[in-house]
Design a protein. Structure first.
Length: 226
């Protein structure tokens, strides 16, 4: 099974006035409007209803925009034949782009794949955060996070219109830290994991994935992880 993906990186023309939140909101609205106008059957493959078709986030110095399924079609048409994107008050230069829409493999694999979180993983809601704090010792917390990651991978798969024919398994090695995000101190997780689910590059797991959290990248085979 595959999913259609198209990715660009951008630089704002006016960094001091640029709002990534506004930029993402405009793209998401325009994508939804175009999808509705196109009607059923206008695109090849599934149209997502539970996972954001447009992801925008900052990774180090790069602002990355990823379109998934109907979002890939929309972003490709928006970026084709131009070096800039205009959304509302925001104007951005396109630094890099995929040559074409990519069909990325996705689904249960015969062998495990290894990934790392390249942006903070927002794993815990309020209820799970309380449970995490009440656990005593690292082994208990590690087991809790591994079980939670497996559950979130299942949710992630279903939100991409995929029903696994066998259980999604994973082995997680993550650590938590506290960071200041949008004027709030929150608990985030960093680290790596193995799973039998093949995940396309730069998609996110957990909360606020459309805002660039929980994005994963596959680690080349032979890398010493553990």
């Amino acid at each position: 099974m595959t999913r259609r993906i198209f990715t660009i990186t951008i630089t704002p023309a006016n960094p001091l006035q640029f709002s990534l939140t506004e930029f993402r909101s405009v793209l998401t609205r325009e994508c939804a409007k175009r999808t509705a106008q196109a009607g059923p059957g206008a695109t090849d493959g599934p149209v997502l209803s539970r996972y954001p078709p447009i992801l925008c986030g900052q990774q180090k110095h790069d602002i990355r925009v990823t379109g998934l399924c109907q979002g890939a079609d929309f972003l490709y048409s928006l970026a084709r034949g131009t070096t800039e994107i205009h959304t509302g008050e925001n104007r951005c230069h396109i630094d890099t782009r995929d040559a074409e829409i990519r069909d990325e493999p996705f689904g249960i694999a015969d062998e495990e794949h290894e990934y790392e979180f390249i942006t903070p993983w927002l794993a815990l809601n309020q209820q799970n955060e309380k449970k995490f704090y009440l656990l005593q010792g690292k082994p208990a917390r590690d087991a809790f996070m591994q079980k939670l990651l497996a559950a979130q991978l299942n949710t992630f798969a279903k939100s991409l219109e995929y029903s696994p024919k066998q259980p999604i398994a994973c082995t997680a090695h993550v650590r938590f830290v506290r960071e200041r995000i949008e004027r709030q101190t929150v608990m985030i997780f960093k680290g790596r994991f193995r799973t039998n689910l093949k995940i396309p590059q730069y998609l996110g797991i957990g909360q606020s994935v459309s805002q660039g959290f929980g994005w994963v990248q596959e680690i080349p085979r032979g890398t010493d992880l553990w």
